[in-house]
Design a protein. Structure first.
Lengths: 114, 116
C-alpha cells in the first residue's frame, strides 16, 4: 500500500484480556518496527523485524508481549493479560533500508485498558 | 545506551517569530540524526535527517538543523514560523553500535504552539 496501515485505530479492552494489534507495512519494506508511545513521552522501541525474524526484541517490556511476522509483510503485536499500564499508542513503522535511513510510521493504535 | 534530550517541552511563539528547538544526544560514536513532526491528529512524519557531510541539513517546510558534533547537538531551526507549524516535534538518533544499529531512540518531544 501507499503507507503503513495499522488496525484497529482504537482499542478499548478490560484488564486481563488478550489483544492483537495489526500492522501492514509499505509493500516491499523488509524492515518493520513496533514502538510504544505513552502520554507525554517519545516513542519507545519494542521490537524490530528483518523479514520474518525478530532481529531485536530487546524493547519488549515483559513476556506478556509478543510479535510475529510470519510471511515477512503483515505483523501482529500480541499482548496477553493486559494491564492498565499497557495503555498507550502502539506505533508501527517500516523501512526499505533500515533505521539509519529513517522510517515511515503508521497512524498508530490507541490501546486503552480499563 | 544512547539517549536523547529535548530541553523545551512546550514552546509558544507568535507567527513570524524565529524558532530553535534544542536536541542533545549521549552517544559518542557514529550517529544518524532525525527530526520528526506530528501534526494534530496525524502520524509521525520525517522532517529532516543527517547522515554525513554538510552538518547543516535542510528539510521540508523551511526547517533546517545543524549537527554540532563537539556539542552532541542537533538543534532544529526555522527563521519564521507559521500557524500551520503547530505540532509536536521529536528528535531521534540511530547509533551505529553492535546490536543497536537498527532502532531509533527518541526524545520526549517539544510541543510547539504558534499563535496568530
Amino acid at each position: 500500500g501507499a503507507g503503513v496501515s495499522q488496525t484497529p485505530s482504537n482499542k478499548v479492552t478490560e484488564k486481563g484480556k488478550y489483544v492483537e494489534l495489526r500492522c501492514d507495512p509499505i509493500s516491499g519494506h523488509t524492515a518493520l518496527y513496533w514502538y510504544r508511545q505513552s502520554l507525554g513521552q517519545g516513542p519507545e522501541f519494542l521490537i524490530y523485524f528483518q523479514g520474518t525474524g525478530a532481529a531485536d526484541d530487546s524493547g519488549l517490556p515483559n513476556d506478556r508481549f509478543f510479535a510475529v511476522r510470519p510471511e515477512g509483510s503483515v505483523s501482529t503485536l500480541k499482548i496477553q493479560r493486559t494491564e492498565r499500564g499497557d495503555s498507550a499508542v502502539y506505533l508501527c513503522a517500516s523501512s526499505a533500508q533500515g533505521a539509519g535511513y529513517g522510517y515511515t510510521f503508521g497512524s498508530g493504535t490507541r490501546l486503552t485498558v480499563v | 545506551a544512547q539517549s536523547v534530550s529535548q530541553h523545551n517541552h512546550h514552546v509558544i511563539l507568535s507567527e513570524a517569530a524565529s524558532l530553535e528547538l534544542g536536541c542533545n544526544y549521549s552517544y559518542g560514536g557514529t550517529v544518524n540524526l532525525f527530526w520528526y513532526v506530528q501534526y494534530p491528529g496525524q502520524h509521525l512524519q520525517l522532517l529532516l535527517k543527517y547522515f554525513s557531510g554538510d552538518p547543516l541539513v535542510k528539510g521540508i517546510k523551511g526547517f533546517e538543523a545543524e549537527f554540532i558534533k563537539s556539542k552532541f547537538s542537533f538543534n532544529l531551526r526555522k527563521p519564521s514560523v507559521q500557524w500551520s507549524d503547530t505540532a509536536e516535534y521529536f528528535c531521534a538518533v540511530n547509533a551505529w553500535v553492535t546490536g543497536g544499529g537498527n532502532k531509533l531512540t527518541f526524545g520526549t518531544g517539544t510541543q510547539l504552539k504558534v499563535e496568530l
